[in-house]
Design a protein around this ligand. Structure first.
Ligand code: SAM
Length: 182
């Protein structure tokens, strides 16, 4: 079975946007308990490379290289960068969400801090035709983050899969067409 409800949201997005293709290199930020990794394994049909990172432990998944650690730490980032992604990444996924403190402004700020680091990672490692899919929460910081994405990608679309409850403020941003500067 699927390890998370999030798996259904990713499958819905992929059915529409065709993110996955066999042979790709995929990085999954905030991957535990592993639902998105399961979807990636299935949709890459066993061909390609999947690297996942999470603070928490994750029960192993065949075909997934898992790194346990905090993505905000340089040592963890270096470990990720050494995990065979040097030829470039086709798809960066981020479902990272910090533990909720209950103070909305603080939660939004921490969430967008992680999102900015994920964007920085995507900008440095994606192939020119790669894609970046990230979960964010509408509210404070949202418009500013979309602006940051639009400075790096030619196309930015908002996705709200049916499996994501209507009242939830979570939405997914799909960015494509890296603007390459020389
Ligand atoms: N996509 C996953 C799935 O389908 O199973 C669910 C991800 S869950 C919503 C968010 C994850 O982000 C949590 O497992 C959490 O530990 C992780 N996370 C939060 N902050 C992180 C950080 N700084 N570094 C790595 N992972 C982090």
């Amino acid at each position: 079975g699927w390890r998370s409800r999030a798996a259904f949201k990713l499958m819905e997005i992929d059915d529409k946007d065709r993110l996955f293709k066999p042979g790709q290199t995929v990085v999954d930020l905030g991957c535990a308990p592993g639902g998105w990794c399961q979807v990636a394994v299935q949709r890459l049909k066993g061909q390609g490379r999947i690297v996942g990172v999470d603070l928490l432990e994750m029960v192993g998944i065949g075909g997934v290289t898992f790194i346990q650690g905090d993505f905000t730490e340089d040592a963890v980032l270096a470990e990720l960068e050494a995990a065979g992604i040097d030829a470039g990444v086709d798809l960066v996924l981020s479902d990272m969400a910090p533990n909720i403190s209950g103070v909305d402004s603080a939660d939004q700020a921490r969430s967008y801090y992680l999102a900015e680091l994920a964007l920085d990672f995507a900008g440095r490692h994606l192939k020119p035709d790669g894609a970046f899919l990230i979960k964010v929460f509408q509210g404070s910081g949202f418009e500013d983050y979309v602006r940051q994405l639009r400075a790096v990608f030619g196309s930015v679309a908002v996705r709200k899969p049916k499996a994501s409850r209507d009242r939830s403020r979570e939405v997914y941003l799909l960015a494509k067409g890296l603007i390459v500067r020389d």
